[in-house]
Design a protein around this ligand. Structure first.
Ligand SMILES: O=C(O)CCC(=O)C(=O)O
Length: 302
């Protein structure tokens, strides 16, 4: 759906200025948008998963772990597809307050795409390099976004999400290197062509949400603070934005669920080309493992 068409529908929770800022800049943050009762429920689920992860020595399709993760010193990078693992996460993604924000920015008919909980653990939790989401999950049009929830207070030392204003209106960048291997990140040359000094880092108290457009160039620095930075991300698409690839890896049954309105009878297309991502049908770990080059087999060219 186009921004003009979306703006013909009255907003649920955002002001006109916030909607326009999102369409202009490609991102938005809302301080303290999610209340404590939601955060308490999400933490109850999350604490149990951190406990469960202590029994693991290496990543699997549920937990993405830093290489030195141990029972005494758990270091999670990501809980993959939380909506598939606990009903509270899915209730939040399906009916929580962020769905109103998604509707204000995607229009009245919208689909859930996926969720993930990126921990970025204390004292060195890894960076996420500059990238766009579109090359990971290309759609027939760019009316797709991701909403991140800070489940704890996040300051500038903790690797808050950073976005480059206006970059969603620029090119769709190649996320393969010159050997045609998937890197999940922009090349050094493309980074150099961008005004990285204009990046805005969206720190915020617990309950703050970040919203970024699927084409916005975004990333985050390492977490060098003594506290972890849990960012619970849910991604949505306008109903008329049809996914061009199956969802990677193991099943995420909620993928493509209509969470507001109805299924689109017609797909809308942007007139642009985009290199397709690798075939991940045999498995996918996470952007962290890919960008840190831990599993070369996942990076092989198609
Ligand atoms: O966790 C972060 O800081 C960024 C996450 C992100 O961009 C992603 O998972 O695609």
């Amino acid at each position: 759906m186009t921004p003009d068409a979306i703006l013909t529908h009255g907003p649920k929770v955002l002001t006109q200025a916030q909607r326009e800022a999102y369409f202009r800049n490609g991102y938005l943050s809302l301080e303290g948008f999610v209340d404590k009762s939601w955060l308490d429920r999400l933490w109850a689920a999350t604490d149990a998963f951190v406990e469960e992860s202590k029994g693991l020595e290496k990543s699997d399709d549920k937990f993405d772990l830093e290489p030195d993760h141990s029972a005494d010193n758990p270091r999670l990078r990501r809980l993959t597809w939380p909506a598939s693992h606990h009903e509270t996460y899915w209730e939040f993604g399906n009916r929580g307050p962020i769905v109103d924000v998604a509707e204000d920015l995607l229009g009245p008919d919208l689909k859930f795409h996926h969720s993930k909980l990126n921990f970025k653990w204390s004292d060195g939790g890894e960076e996420v390099k500059w990238h766009q989401d579109f090359p990971f999950y290309p759609h027939s049009n760019g009316s797709v976004l991701a909403i991140g929830l800070y489940m704890a207070d996040v300051d500038d030392a903790m690797g808050p999400l950073g976005a480059i204003p206006g970059s969603h209106k620029g090119p769709i960048y190649d996320h393969f290197n010159d050997k045609d291997e998937w890197t999940g990140a922009l090349s050094a040359a493309d980074e150099a062509s961008l005004p990285l000094d204009t990046a805005e880092y969206m720190a915020g108290k617990a309950g703050t949400i970040t919203v970024h457009h699927v084409r916005t160039v975004h990333g985050s620095m390492p977490n060098n603070s003594p506290r972890m930075r849990p960012l619970f991300i849910n991604a949505y698409a306008s109903a008329d934005a049809y996914s061009l690839t199956p969802y990677p890896g193991s099943a995420c049954p909620q993928n493509e669920t209509i969470v507001r309105g109805r299924r689109a009878r017609w797909a809308q297309f942007d007139q642009e080309t985009c290199k397709m991502p690798p075939d991940w049908s045999a498995g996918y770990t996470s952007i962290f493992a890919l960008q840190q080059e831990e599993d070369a087999s996942l990076r092989a060219a198609e």
